[in-house]
Ligand binder design. Structure first.
Ligand SMILES: *Cc1c(COP(=O)(O)O)cnc(C)c1O
Length: 365
């Protein structure tokens, strides 16, 4: 099958380079043997550079939602305050509800970011054990200032549990310097791996409380992940083929340099912002406000009378795949995942295809 990288812009899974896909087609190895441990050690070393931490980084053979559930299950006893501003942050709140946690929501409209001062007021008014927050809200393209949220949480004695699924690897996150408690991500967003793996780092304090958490279950027990990571292993049989892909891709990420990667994502975002600015008179608008935009994903409003479904289908004819709108924004927006291994050049190609489609009248109802 011939395949050329650079035309797939769904904000998860993102486009995966052919050499990373090929890395998966290697024979099986035992996950309790020296070959696996050597590979796990390499993956660890490089994930630490991506998370900017000296802590171990756990590898879960699950989608990212699994490690969201781990965050909640292993969080210290007490109330949770969930910061909600779109589909994925709402999922975090729902997980807390469904795991039987007492959970309040600090909700702002989809398309907005949270305000650290207002968070401070809420945390001062009621005692919370932890807050949940989404770094890059993939449903709206909004970037939250998780460093500020984490600082405010700590001032009030709460831990800060961060979902950086579409953030990590594409926008700055400094696990150690920002004194993060728990950060999770998924393989299929800015890390440009196939779906099916999730990664998380946790502070020593978080691991200590995780080991005492009564409802932590088995599969998402962070204490177990921590014990096994110390032996370069995972608690259960890992998705070995996906780890082969991670081994290859993390080598490439480290070779590029994480700061260069952040800069490339900022440049891709800038390309989208300038494009949308040029087409403003035609009714194109980025959902997120300036200063609150994620470098990895944009949700974009279409001109009145243009349906996202028709637009996406039409753009597909030129070989480009866009993301549909998510949740509440499904009927009014489409999304471009300008993340992973995409470049300013591939983003330009995608935007040109979008513009061409906007010019044609066939997508108007
Ligand atoms: C994609 C995504 C998730 C869910 O990831 P799965 O791998 O589908 O479980 C969670 N949070 C954010 C911000 C995401 O972008």
């Amino acid at each position: 099958m011939s395949y050329s990288f650079g035309k797939f812009f769904v904000p998860g899974p993102t486009d995966v380079r052919p050499d990373v896909l090929a890395a998966m087609a290697q024979p099986m190895i035992a996950h309790r043997g020296p070959e696996f441990e050597a590979m796990f050690a390499r993956i660890q070393e490089r994930l630490r550079l991506v998370f900017r931490t000296e802590r171990p980084v756990y590898v879960s053979s699950s989608s990212a939602t699994g490690l969201m559930e781990a965050a909640v299950r292993c969080a210290p006893a007490g109330r949770i305050l969930a910061l909600v501003n779109g589909g994925f942050s709402e999922r975090f709140a729902k997980i807390a509800d469904m795991c039987g946690r007492e959970c309040d929501r600090y909700e702002v409209p989809a398309g907005s970011a949270h305000d650290p001062a207002e968070l401070g007021r809420r945390l001062a008014g009621k005692k919370y054990a932890a807050i949940t927050v989404v770094h890059s809200e993939t449903s709206t393209g909004v970037l939250n200032d998780v460093r500020a949220m984490s600082d405010v949480a700590h001032e009030h004695g709460a831990l800060c549990l961060i979902d950086s699924v579409s953030g990590l690897g594409g926008t700055p996150l400094e696990f150690d310097e920002w004194k993060c408690d728990y950060v999770l991500t998924g393989s299929q967003k800015a890390l440009a791996l196939p779906p099916g793996l999730a990664f998380a780092a946790a502070s020593m304090e978080f691991v200590r409380t995780a080991k005492e958490a009564t409802g932590r279950g088995v599969y998402f027990d962070i204490g177990e992940f921590d014990d096994f990571a110390a032996k370069n292993q995972t608690p259960n049989t890992p998705a070995v083929s996906l780890l082969y892909a991670a081994d290859a891709q993390l080598q490439a990420i480290v070779a590029e340099g994480i700061e260069a990667r952040w800069a490339r994502h900022a440049a891709m975002q800038q390309e989208v912002v300038e494009w949308a600015g040029r087409l403003e008179h035609r009714g194109i608008a980025i959902v997120a406000k300036p200063g609150e935009r994620s470098p990895t994903v944009s949700a974009i409003r279409l001109p009145r009378g243009t349906t996202p479904r028709g637009f996406i289908t039409e753009v597909r004819r030129s070989g480009y795949t866009l993301g549909a709108g998510y949740g509440a924004l499904r009927e009014t927006t489409f999304r471009i995942g300008h993340m992973g291994d995409h470049t300013v050049a591939t983003v330009r190609g995608c935007l040109a295809a979008c513009e061409e489609t906007l010019r044609s009248s066939s997508v108007r109802t």
